[in-house]
Design a protein around this ligand. Structure first.
Ligand code: ZN
Length: 174
């Protein structure tokens, strides 16, 4: 591939998107608001960065059917990285393997898209604690950090504020 390198100013947004892709660089689905927040930019700037990354061919439109289950107005755009894997897969040494980073900055593996979709479906695309439709995340009921699995039964939809409050309770030993 013959591509211009990403201008340094675009790397922040590109990384935020790349960290939500699966191991093949596919299916990153976050709203612009979430991308902007994680990249520490305004929504307008994040939108311009994404447009520029697409012009440069560093971001491709992904499979939008991955987010068909989300309500209109909260449906993020799905992006893929321009990585094409053919033939035998190359496995990197574990310490070099890219890992997804959760919003809290903890390292975390990807939850399969089919499991995510099933959990959102079951919980009605709302926070199960307060009912909001905004800023939703998936929460491990038995914490992932303590070995809780990425299964439908161990996951639920929480908004980010409720998720943070839960985190605070666990830290307090509740
Ligand atoms: Zn909530």
């Amino acid at each position: 591939m013959d591509q211009a390198p990403a201008p340094a100013a675009l790397v922040g947004v590109l990384l935020v998107i790349a960290r939500c892709c699966d191991d093949d660089g596919r299916g990153s689905a976050q709203t612009v608001a979430v991308i902007a927040e994680k990249a520490g930019k305004s929504e307008g700037q994040a939108r311009r960065d994404i447009a520029r990354l697409r012009e440069l061919g560093l971001l491709l439109l992904g499979d939008q059917s991955l987010v068909d289950h989300l309500p209109n107005g909260q449906r993020p755009t799905v992006y893929d990285l321009p990585i094409h894997i053919s033939g035998p897969k190359v496995f990197l040494a574990p310490r070099h393997r890219p890992e997804r980073i959760a919003p809290e900055g903890k390292r975390r593996r990807a939850i399969p898209a089919s499991v995510q979709a099933a959990v959102y479906q079951r919980d009605g695309h709302r926070c199960v604690a307060c009912g909001t439709l905004d800023d939703l995340t998936l929460d491990h009921i038995y914490p992932w950090a303590r070995g809780g699995p990425d299964t439908i039964d161990n996951l639920r939809v929480l908004c980010r504020p409720c998720n943070s409050r839960k985190g605070a309770r666990i830290m307090a030993g509740a």
